[in-house]
Design a protein around this ligand. Sequence first.
Ligand SMILES: [Zn+2]
Ligand SMILES: [Zn+2]
Length: 245
Amino acid sequence: MLLRPLLDLLFPPLCHACKGYIPIKGAEETPPQPFICADCLGKISFLSSPLCTCCGAPFATANGVDHTCGACLSHPPFHTCRSAAVLAGPLQELIHRFKYGGKMHLANPLGLLAFQRLEQFLGEAGGECVVPVPLHRKRLRQRGYNQSQLIGEVLGKKLRVPQVVGNLRRVRWTDPQTGLDAGDRVTNVKGAFAVRDPKALAGKRVLLVDDVFTTGSTLAACVDALRDADVAAVLAVTVARGLQQ
Ligand SMILES: [Zn+2]
Ligand SMILES: [Zn+2]
């Protein structure tokens, strides 16, 4: 009975976002994963229906039911995509610290958050392997880790599917997408990815994982390479989605 309070004293459950103490109601209760307090969770705009059934973009419909958006109707994408929440507030700060501040341990709360919010999509998607969006080896050396791979690891464990690293590769150095408009983003990453061993992925339902969806151009370039490798389907998942106003 006293174990829980003792553990809390030694290892207080703190919110990854605000560093505040997460109160535990019952003595036996374990702290709520993914260690983000109710206050911070309340400030995260989670994405929910109505969404585009293909690209996952939120858009208002009269009856609140999911539909295919105009862009996906005119150019049906090979893949479907979902993101857990809007890139803003505490989630944006968490991702920034995770990606640029060396806080690798934040992969766990971010991956769990994506898993919990996208559990239905992930369950129905039937992904047979996780493929993270790769970094160019120069960027990997600079950062020391691939943030998408760390999130992919969490998702793969939860879904009990293997993560395939090193097959989808970034074969060309690209400038950061930040600051580029949608058209330049597409040109910047076009042909930047390739699959080294297509046979290993052919016929598989691939769960493509990235941390952030901005315009979707990076994901689309990865999808092109995976489609060339004859995968059966690409189900893309990102933790956050930047919404263009
Ligand atoms: Zn908090
Ligand atoms: Zn769409």
